[in-house]
Design a protein around this ligand. Structure first.
Ligand code: C2E
Ligand code: CA
Ligand code: CA
Ligand code: CA
Length: 277
């Protein structure tokens, strides 16, 4: 089979054409990947800072390409988001994550699972129904599912988005704002959105030091979120100092390489058992 690099050699002249060809080929391969089990979900725990226990996991997509090896989501999700393929990817991720959750709960692992949702997904007229149908299929209450949505997703059509998020929340589904702090209108909308969790973007957390400039932003975000009745997750916790600092300022949850990198479902189960006893 042909690869992108072979095409790069064969079609050099026109950059736009190249990008188009590359995109189409990637989307074609991604469609095939969906049908041939090349996609997988890895799971990263969210830790409750007050007691160190795992509260849930975030599902993160991986593509094990037969020739090019492992391709990270940053390389293919943004391209899939330019097409309707993202709807099929999200449907697959939801179905797979919920099936995994059923298996975990049957084995006594008390987890919830968070799935990332793209702007394009939220704009689909049947999005809420499709999520509710998947919960029914797996016989799970909405409370076990969290959907992570970036601020950009609300900006397109705020009233419509609020209406959709409310319908999801009515089913008990938890909603979180992902990458909080990187959009530009977060404060204005925070109160109107039926979200229960705010995930502070890693760019604020990775460089966090008690005396550094981002500490003020993180402190203020935690305070604001709590005053609005929302919980806060800090993403990108990479060392013990940051972990302790976040615990001291009463940030609710943390996620990051310091505790656990995203891992396969089996590795996650083993980790859960060793940590949670
Ligand atoms: P995100 O939703 O903000 O996910 C967090 C990313 O940060 C993940 O990268 C995770 O592996 C990484 N991460 C977690 N802890 C740390 C840490 O301590 N340090 C550092 N440096 N990184 C950390 P990943 O898995 O490569 O995913 C990248 C992005 O791709 C995600 O960002 C999300 O926007 C998107 N994505 C991943 N899976 C899906 C999916 O199933 N659907 C959609 N729509 N988007 C997805
Ligand atoms: Ca996320
Ligand atoms: Ca994020
Ligand atoms: Ca992100």
């Amino acid at each position: 089979a042909s690869t992108l690099s072979q095409h790069r050699v064969r079609f050099t002249p026109d950059l736009d054409t190249l990008h188009t060809r590359e995109n189409l080929e990637l989307l074609g391969e991604l469609t095939a990947a969906l049908l041939t089990n090349q996609l997988a979900l890895h799971y990263q725990p969210k830790i409750n800072l007050a007691d160190g226990r795992i509260t849930g996991v975030e599902a993160l997509m991986r593509w094990n390409h037969p020739e090019r090896g492992f391709i990270p989501p940053g390389k293919f999700i943004p391209r899939a988001e330019q097409s309707t393929l993202i709807d099929r990817l999200t449907a697959w991720a939801l179905d797979t994550a919920l099936a995994q959750l059923v298996a975990w709960r049957r084995d006594g692992l008390e987890l919830t699972v968070a799935v990332n949702v793209s702007t394009h997904n939220l704009m689909q007229p049947n999005f809420v129904d499709s999520v509710v149908n998947l919960l029914k299929k797996h016989d799970l209450p909405g409370q076990h599912l969290e959907l992570e949505v970036t601020e950009g997703a609300f900006m397109m059509d705020l009233d419509h988005s609020i209406d959709k998020l409310k319908r999801l929340a009515d089913h008990g589904i938890q909603l979180s704002i992902d990458d909080f702090g990187t959009g530009y209108s977060s404060l204005r909308y925070l109160n109107d959105l039926p979200v229960s969790i705010i995930k502070i973007d890693q760019s604020f957390i990775r460089t966090l030091s008690p005396t550094g400039p981002t500490a003020h932003i993180v402190n203020a975000s935690v305070t604001l979120a709590h005053q609005l009745g929302k919980k806060v997750v800090a993403e990108g916790v990479e060392d013990a100092d940051v972990y302790r600092y976040l615990r001291d300022i009463e940030c609710d949850m943390a996620q990051g390489y310091f505790m656990q990198r995203p891992a396969s479902a089996d590795d996650l189960s083993r980790w859960y058992r060793s940590e949670q006893g």
